[in-house]
Design a protein around this ligand. Structure first.
Ligand SMILES: [Ca+2]
Length: 128
């Protein structure tokens, strides 16, 4: 019996660090705020843990943008922090409208996130 314990621990540890694939999709926003520069020109930067997964294109002049881009991360694992930063593109400095962070869980999930400066980010992800 005693000799099987190290093997069991080894298996449990392997399961703990098992990498999974994260896919982020159906990114859209609603009611993004206008500023002095006019209607919002929204885009989203995507991070998972310490990895930067890239950013969407800019959707000009709409408070209700959607983005066709999908983001995939092959080295994700459960409880990694998914971080989405929503910006309004402007001439000099892009305006950070809000940040959405959550620990990812296995399965497919859909979320709405209220942005600090107004508006809501909607997104879905699958971890598996
Ligand atoms: Ca703008």
């Amino acid at each position: 019996m005693a000799s099987s314990l190290p093997i069991l621990l080894l298996v449990l540890c392997s399961l703990n660090v098992a990498k999974a694939q994260l896919k982020l999709f159906n990114l859209r926003a609603s009611d993004l705020p206008s500023n002095l520069m006019g209607t919002a020109d929204g885009y989203v930067k995507v991070f998972c843990g310490s990895a930067s997964l890239g950013k969407t294109s800019i959707r000009n002049n709409t408070p209700d943008p959607w983005w066709k881009e999908e983001f995939t991360h092959f080295k994700a694992q459960q409880n990694d922090v998914l971080r989405l930063e929503v910006y309004d593109s402007d001439y000099l400095f892009d305006d950070l409208l809000g940040v959405c962070q959550r620990q990812i869980k296995l399965g497919t999930h859909k979320h709405d996130c209220f942005l600090k400066k107004g508006g809501i980010l909607h997104y879905s992800y699958t971890l598996g």
